[in-house]
Design a protein around this ligand. Structure first.
Ligand code: ARG
Length: 404
């Protein structure tokens, strides 16, 4: 049963579903004013036409905003520092955007004196969880309205409902895929991809070359990090947005960054998703390698466990949570030492680390690691160390041999 609200701020994309939410909220649920907000996250949409579209559909005010900079600085860079990969593979390109959009909607709701927030997510996905939980964390006093989760209309019925209120039916034949995109990547699901045995057609990809199209010559790329943040590519310092764009371009050109996986959604079902996140995956790979060079072994082991936890939290909509904040605190302390350069070779769908260097904080000491003449490692100490290290095993084994 829908909650009663007077003034609602709706997360708006310009698509049919969120457009239909506008008259639906007003006509069916008695909302007086629907204010829309559409975010630019680098997806390449024409924002002014989206802004006008919402007004045509009956919004009382329609806002658009460019969130690319906070998206990269406050959401993507922490994910790189945390080497965040959900289920070991998905770098959260869609998931990272949701808490930022939620934060912006809450701010607008406060500025406009709205009493509710709304989104057009259906009841089957992760994004509804991320929005609802983030709204609750940031503004527990605001109501949350979720028309598309409750209206029970088929796609045809939704389009027909919209047409009654002057919302044009989509002009082009709808692609069979559901696609979410932003500067970090594209998430593609549904249509023929629902059969896990069906290989993705080349048409689903837009940021990465196929193996056939990728250049026949490998390309070396050097990525520099300061305090765990990527700061330069091939010796050129770049601001965070330009750096992501450059990483996307280079990795994408060589066909690196495609993922085809079955993932476990928060709502308990498995879904097949294709991702292409060339730059983000390249930067995480380089960052992981730099940590291998600059962080102590025990710290790395603990960090890996927390990284997995962090990725789960972000996937599951718990960006604004005390556990996530605490892990951020841990990660930030570790990153102070993650300074240096990683060299990778891009070639036909692969990014292979081929070199690493850290002037300030490398823990690789050549006089310890070398097999050459300047070896300073004390070989004799190994004997006593191994005597004690292996002691419990020898004791255990001697008992067993006696058959006790
Ligand atoms: N499964 C991804 C996530 O939950 C992407 C969701 C949106 N995907 C889409 N194809 N519309 O983060």
């Amino acid at each position: 049963m829908a909650l009663k609200a007077k003034k609602v701020v709706l997360a708006y994309s310009g698509g049919v579903d969120t457009s239909v939410c506008i008259p639906f909220l007003k006509e069916e649920w008695g909302v007086k004013e629907v204010i829309t907000y559409a975010a630019d996250l680098g997806q390449g949409d024409e924002l002014e036409s989206i802004r006008l579209k919402a007004l045509d559909a009956g919004a009382s005010s329609s806002f658009v905003g460019n969130l690319i900079e906070p998206f990269i600085k406050e959401f993507a860079f922490p994910a790189i520092r945390t080497n965040a990969l959900y289920e070991g593979r998905y770098p959260l390109s869609t998931a990272l955007a949701r808490p930022l959009i939620a934060r912006q909607l809450v701010q607008i709701a406060r500025e406009c004196g709205a009493d509710a927030l709304a989104h057009g997510c259906t009841g089957k996905g992760n994004d509804q969880v991320r929005f609802d939980v983030a709204f609750g964390a940031l503004a527990p006093e605001l109501k949350v309205l979720t028309p598309a989760r409750e209206w029970g209309m088929s796609r045809e019925e939704t389009i027909a409902y919209g047409e009654r209120f002057g919302i044009p039916a989509p002009v082009s034949k709808k692609s069979p895929y559901s696609i979410d995109l932003n500067l970090l990547g594209r998430s593609i699901e549904a249509g023929p991809l629902e059969n896990p045995m069906t290989a993705p057609q080349e048409e689903v990809f837009a940021m990465t070359s196929s193996i056939e199209e990728a250049p026949n010559d490998p390309q070396e790329v050097e990525i520099a990090f300061e305090a765990g943040n990527p700061v330069a590519i091939d010796g050129i310092q770049l601001d965070p947005i330009s750096l992501i764009k450059k990483a996307n371009f280079l990795a994408g050109k060589h066909g690196f960054g495609r993922i085809d996986m079955i993932e476990n959604r928060v709502v308990g079902i498995k879904s097949r998703e294709i991702y292409e996140t060339p730059g983000l995956l390249l930067l995480i790979k380089a960052h992981q390698e730099l940590e291998s060079l600059t962080l102590p072994a025990d710290l790395l082991r603990s960090k890996v466990q927390l990284e997995r936890e962090w990725a789960d939290l972000v996937y599951q909509g718990l960006w604004f949570s005390p556990l996530k904040d605490a892990i951020d605190g841990f990660v930030n302390v570790t990153q102070e030492h993650v300074n240096g350069l990683i060299k990778l070779r891009l070639y036909k769908g692969n990014a292979t680390v081929i070199g690493r260097n850290s002037k300030s904080s490398s823990l690789y000491f050549s006089n310890m690691s070398t097999y050459g003449a300047n070896d300073q490692f004390d070989h004799k100490s190994a004997e006593g160390f191994i005597y004690i290290w292996g002691l419990p095993i020898r004791l255990w084994s001697s008992i067993r041999r006696k058959g006790i």
